[in-house]
Design a protein around this ligand. Structure first.
Ligand code: G3P
Ligand code: MG
Length: 253
């Protein structure tokens, strides 16, 4: 990838703090603020349906209880994934990746598909989510916004399986804190980008990563001045919860 085709701002979990995370309502709210890129978390139900959920369990973000890895998608889809955030979101569900792909297309949103395996399911989650992403976003070969969906994961094993299943999709390796062997890990996975928590970044580290030919996404950046500083250092995309404060054009030159 010679140049970075993604917008400067990505809405975290769809609609940041303004919507129940990882729902279709979140994508709509992200788009309603003018955003053109969303990040969301994809994992597998026990019957291997790719769907959106951040945690290993459904407890925090739905009216259900238990480990998602033990639930069939039909059980997950029966849960209310909106009311925990606000009564006006009652009835939102944990959408399938297929529903999300259709929504991104309709809303003109570029996608950062974060592969978020349930504990112990790294390889099959990487493989299935990547293959599904390639298939679902293929019609418009380049995807919404004229760009391919960007895969990412904290899980090396998941991203390795994703590379093997969908070698043509761009990949970014995610870190909380960038480890010393980031060059080796990103090279082995054929990554185009490195994604890291902004909290542990400094100008020199960003410079080294960029000089190595990698693009950079920083998360979760909720201050406008901090976002501008990161972009000055060379960060290519900032992922934010404050989709209202850091608007789609807020970081343009
Ligand atoms: O992909 C960036 C960010 O979403 C990673 O952290 O825990 O919010 O998925 P998390
Ligand atoms: Mg995420």
């Amino acid at each position: 990838m010679k140049s970075w085709p993604y917008p400067r701002v990505a809405a975290h979990r769809g609609g940041g703090t303004l919507a129940p995370e990882n729902t279709l309502a979140a994508l709509r709210i992200g788009a309603s603020y003018g955003h053109t890129m969303v990040e969301f978390d994809a994992k597998l139900s026990t019957d291997n349906i790719a769907f959106l959920l951040h945690d290993d369990t459904v407890d925090r973000t739905s009216n259900g209880h238990g480990a998602a890895a033990c639930m069939r998608y039909a059980e997950l889809a029966a849960l209310d994934a909106g009311s925990w955030r606000d009564a006006r979101f009652a009835g939102e569900r944990m959408p399938t990746l297929a529903e999300v792909a259709a929504s991104c297309r309709e809303l003109g949103l570029a996608a950062n598909v974060e592969i978020k395996p349930c504990t112990g399911r790294d390889v099959e989650t990487g493989r299935i989510v990547a293959a599904e992403t390639a298939r679902l976003w293929s019609g418009e070969a380049e995807g919404a916004q004229g760009v391919s969906p960007l895969l990412s994961s904290f899980s090396y094993a998941a991203l390795e399986a994703a590379r093997d299943a969908a070698p043509d999709l761009p990949r970014g390796l995610l870190f909380e804190r960038v480890p010393t062997d980031w060059r080796e890990q990103t090279a082995a996975l054929g990554c185009v980008s490195l994604h890291a928590s902004h909290r542990h970044l400094d100008e020199a580290l960003v410079g080294r990563i960029k000089a190595a030919g990698l693009f950079m996404l920083a998360y979760t950046v909720n201050g406008l001045e901090r976002a501008r500083e990161l972009v000055r250092w060379g960060v290519d995309t900032v992922c934010t919860d404050r989709i209202d404060l850091i608007g789609p054009r807020a970081l343009d030159a």
